[in-house]
Design a protein. Structure first.
Length: 342
């Protein structure tokens, strides 16, 4: 209970535009002022909270505002897209302070791939200007985010059954979180400044095609944590073979169009899938990401917008860093009370 209450306080301070007084924290948490004073005292002693200034007196003792000491600790967030590892170092507020990238082919044998991951994640962690609390990894699904175990990763079936979270935690000596790359990117979008909440579909076209769903401000995973396998909806019964073993999957069709230089055609196909999602779930907006989309953002935005209008189509504010920044938020989640990770 003590650690949960501290996480709630840290979450409120992280989300506050400026700072919050102890009295405001007590009002927002429902804790007693004495409990808040003890919690904030421990957090200040740990260097996680600092004074933000004093509020003007209204007749009594001036109140001291507190804020998150964002530079007190850091997390590494990484995106494994099958061909490369892209990583960021983020502070407690989720702001990127350093970046690292290197080729990393998931087609190699698992022991070699794990050794390469360890090497590159250590290189990223070495860029942090302070202590590193943990590592988050976004990778292709399907997978079980609760155990960090991979299940038949599309295009790389030899990774099936790999307990990635356990392996990396043992090698790095740090807590590790593992989730689908699309879910990580959606968390980055959810953390963008603005009103928050709402419902949106994040569609990621890179070396593969996947999606993440945020419904009512909460990441939706499905009963077996398998939601978001968007690219493997069959849209052409006699279509080309897909890496998943079926024919005519949206992913196979989109990637085939891109490979022959037909970006407009790929955008129209992506729009077909997006329109299906919008009709099914009535989401407020569609967010497009992934290296293939970001290489021709105007074309993809136009193609998808034509299919889903009047639903708005946007791009992540973090651009190509959306997945690694979201993965860093996954690593930081145990230190904050975050309903969006449900």
């Amino acid at each position: 209970m003590r650690s949960h209450n501290a996480a709630v306080v840290l979450g409120l301070l992280r989300d506050a535009a400026g700072g919050l007084s102890r009295l405001e924290l007590a009002e927002r948490t429902g804790l007693t002022p004495q409990a808040v004073s003890k919690i904030t005292g421990r957090l200040r002693a740990d260097g996680l909270v600092e004074e933000a200034g004093r509020l003007a007196s209204t007749g009594g003792k001036p109140r001291t505002e507190l804020r998150l000491a964002a530079g007190a600790a850091f997390a590494v967030g990484a995106h494994l897209d099958g061909e490369a590892l892209t990583a960021v170092v983020a502070d407690l507020a989720g702001r990127t302070v350093a970046e690292h990238a290197a080729p990393l082919d998931l087609g190699r044998p698992v022991p070699e791939g794990l050794a390469a991951m360890e090497r590159e994640l250590r290189a990223a962690a070495a860029l942090a200007p302070g202590r590193v609390l943990g590592v988050g990894v976004g990778i292709r699904g399907p997978l079980d985010h609760r155990t960090g175990t991979l299940h038949g990763v599309t295009g790389f079936p030899h990774w099936s059954g790999c307990a990635l979270r356990e392996e990396l935690a043992r090698r790095l000596g740090l807590p590790v979180a593992v989730d689908k790359n699309t879910n990580a990117a959606a968390l980055s979008v959810l953390a963008e400044p603005g009103p928050g909440g709402g419902s949106f579909a994040y569609l990621h076209l890179g070396t593969g095609l996947g999606a993440a769903l945020v419904l009512g401000g909460v990441l939706y995973r499905g009963g077996a944590a398998g939601a978001g396998e968007f690219g493997h909806q069959v849209v052409q019964l006699d279509g080309p073979p897909c890496k998943c073993g079926r024919r005519g999957c949206l992913e196979a069709l989109c990637l085939a169009a891109v490979s022959r230089g037909d970006v407009a055609g790929a955008a129209r196909l992506l729009g077909v899938g997006a329109a299906n999602l919008v009709a099914l779930l009535d989401v407020d907006r569609v967010v497009l990401g992934g290296v293939t989309v970001l290489a021709a953002p105007d074309a993809f935005r136009a193609g998808v917008s034509a299919a889903v209008a009047p639903v708005p189509v946007t791009l992540p504010a973090a651009g190509p860093r959306a997945t690694p920044e979201g993965a860093a938020l996954l690593a930081l989640a145990p230190f904050f009370a975050a309903a969006a990770l449900s």
